[in-house]
Ligand binder design. Structure first.
Ligand code: ADP
Ligand code: MG
Length: 404
C-alpha cells in the first residue's frame, strides 16, 4: 500500500480536521530561535483552510516528561503560527481538558486552533498500548479526520502519531509527502559518489545508523560528538571529550566492515579542544592523536573539528553527487566552535549535487550561520526520522498511513 494523502479524505468543507504538526522549535528565554518547523507546517494547514475545514493543530515541544512545565508551552509556537498565517490562531491551555474542549467547539470553518503540548500528558508517550489508545480516542473526539504531518516524529510509536491515525479517517500531510520524496531519492539508486556526513551529540542513537549506511554509501564523514568514540576506537586518548566507552568494539567493527566494503571513512585529523564547556572557554587546535597534549591536558574537551579536517570534509562533499548531512560538526551554539559546521554547510551549499540536511539542530545551525533554505536541495525537519528511514527501518507513523 502507498501513503494515503489528503485527497483520500474526500470533501473537507465544514469538517474539523486534527493535524499533527511538529512545532518542536528551539526556544531561548521564550523566544523562537528558528521557526523552520512552523513554516514547514504551513502548506498543509493553508490547504485545509482553503478547503473550508477548521483546523486543530496538535504537537509536542521538548521533553516535559508527562508534566505541565511552562517552559515547554506551545504558546510561543501558536503565536508565531498566527503571524505566519496572517490570522488569529486560538490557543488552548490544555491538551484534552476543558480549555481544549471549549477552544475546539468555538472553531469556525477556516479557523485554526493549537492545543497545548501533547507531552504534558504521560499517555502520549506511554509504553502501555491501552494508555496511548485511550489518549488517542480523547484527541480523536476533537475532529472528523486526522492529517499526520509531523515528519520529525513518524519514527515514534506515540498516541498522536500511531494510535490516532487508526482512530479517525487519516492521511499524510504535504510535509510528510515532500520529505518522503526526498528520502526515496537518497535510498533508491542515489547518484554517486554518495557521501554521508554525521555529527551531533546523540551518539548512541546515531552509531547504529552507520551499520546500515555502510553498504549504501561511498564516503562516511564523522564529526561532532561521535568522532571521539571513533578516535578512541583507534587507540587515541580523547581527554574529557564526549565518549561512548561501551561502543568501542562496535565502532571497531564498523571500521573493519567499511574497509571490507571499500567505503571511505573520513575521520578528523585535527580537532578544536576547549578548556571547558563554555562559550568563552580557551581553545587550542590539536592533532587527533594528541588531544591530551594541549595545555588543558586531560581536562580538555573537543568541541569542533579542526580546520584541516573541515577542508578535507569540504573537498569530499563538493566532489559528491549526493550528500546527506545530519548532526552539527561541533558545538555551533558557541561562536568559537561553529567553524567546522560553517565550513561543512558552505560546502553543501556550493556543491552541485543533491544535498540534504537532516536534523532539528542541524537545520537550526545552518540557518543560524546565515545560510538560506534554498542553498540546499532540501532541509529535512526530522533528524531521527530521516536516519531511520535511510536505515531501511519501518516507521510506525508512516505504516499507520498506509506506507509499506
Ligand atoms: P540533530 O538535531 O541535527 O539530529 P543532535 O541532536 O544529534 O543533532 O546534536 C546536536 C548537538 O550536538 C548540538 O547542540 C551541538 O552543540 C552538539 N555537539 C556537536 N559536537 C559536539 C561535541 N564535540 N561535543 C558535544 N556536543 C556536540
Ligand atoms: Mg537534536
Amino acid at each position: 500500500m502507498t501513503l494515503r494523502t489528503i485527497e483520500s479524505l474526500g470533501e473537507l468543507a465544514g469538517k474539523r480536521v486534527l493535524v499533527r504538526c511538529d512545532l518542536n522549535v528551539p526556544l531561548s528565554d521564550g523566544f523562537i530561535t528558528d521557526d523552520g518547523r512552523i513554516r514547514a507546517s504551513l502548506p498543509t494547514i493553508r490547504e485545509l483552510i482553503a478547503a473550508g475545514a477548521s483546523v486543530v493543530v496538535i504537537s509536542h515541544l521538548g521533553r516535559p516528561k508527562g508534566e505541565v512545565q511552562a517552559e515547554f508551552s506551545l504558546a510561543p509556537a501558536a503565536h508565531r503560527l498566527g503571524e505566519l498565517l496572517g490570522n488569529d490562531v486560538a490557543f488552548a491551555r490544555d491538551t484534552v481538558g476543558e480549555s481544549a474542549q471549549q477552544t475546539v467547539e468555538a472553531l469556525q470553518p477556516g479557523q485554526v486552533a493549537v492545543l497545548e503540548n501533547l507531552r504534558f500528558n504521560p499517555e502520549e508517550t506511554s509504553k502501555t498500548d491501552a494508555e496511548r489508545e485511550a489518549f488517542a480516542r480523547r484527541l480523536a473526539a476533537f475532529g472528523d479526520a486526522f492529517v499526520s504531518d509531523g515528519f520529525g516524529v513518524v519514527h515514534r510509536k506515540q498516541a498522536s502519531v500511531f494510535e490516532l491515525a487508526a482512530a479517525l479517517p487519516s492521511a499524510a500531510g504535504r510535509l510528510i509527502e515532500r520529505e518522503l520524496a526526498v528520502l526515496e531519492r537518497l535510498t533508491e539508486r542515489p547518484e554517486r559518489p554518495y557521501a554521508v556526513v554525521l555529527g551531533g551529540s546523540k551518539v548512541a542513537d546515531k552509531l547504529g545508523v552507520i551499520e546500515h549506511l555502510l553498504p549504501r554509501v561511498d564516503s562516511l564523514l564523522i564529526g561532532g560528538g561521535m568522532l571521539f568514540t571513533f578516535l578512541a576506537a583507534q587507540g587515541h586518548r580523547v581527554a574529557s571529550s564526549l565518549l561512548e566507552a561501551d561502543q568501542l568494539e562496535t565502532v571497531r567493527g564498523y571500521l573493519a566492515e567499511a574497509e571490507r566494503l571499500g567505503v571511505e571513512v573520513v575521520l578528523p585529523s585535527d580537532v578544536v579542544v576547549a578548556s571547558r564547556f563554555a562559550a568563552d572557554a580557551q581553545s587550542e587546535i590539536a592533532a587527533s592523536d594528541a588531544i591530551e597534549e594541549t595545555s588543558f591536558g586531560t581536562a580538555g574537551i573537543g568541541l569542533d573539528i579542526g580546520p584541516e579536517t573541515a577542508e578535507r570534509f569540504a573537498d569530499v562533499i563538493e566532489a559528491a553527487r549526493t550528500v546527506f548531512w545530519n548532526g552539527p560538526m561541533g558545538v555551533f551554539e558557541f561562536e568559537r566552535f561553529a567553524e567546522g559546521t560553517r565550513v561543512v554547510a558552505g560546502a553543501l551549499a556550493s556543491a552541485s549535487g543533491f544535498t540534504v540536511v537532516g536534523g532539528g539542530d542541524s537545520a537550526a545551525a545552518v540557518r543560524a550561520l546565515g545560510f538560506a533554505d534554498d542553498d540546499f536541495s532540501h532541509i529535512s525537519t526530522g533528524g531521527g526520522a530521516s536516519l531511520e528511514f535511510l536505515e531501511g527501518q519501518r516507521l510506525p507513523g508512516l505504516e499507520a498511513l498506509g506506507w509499506q
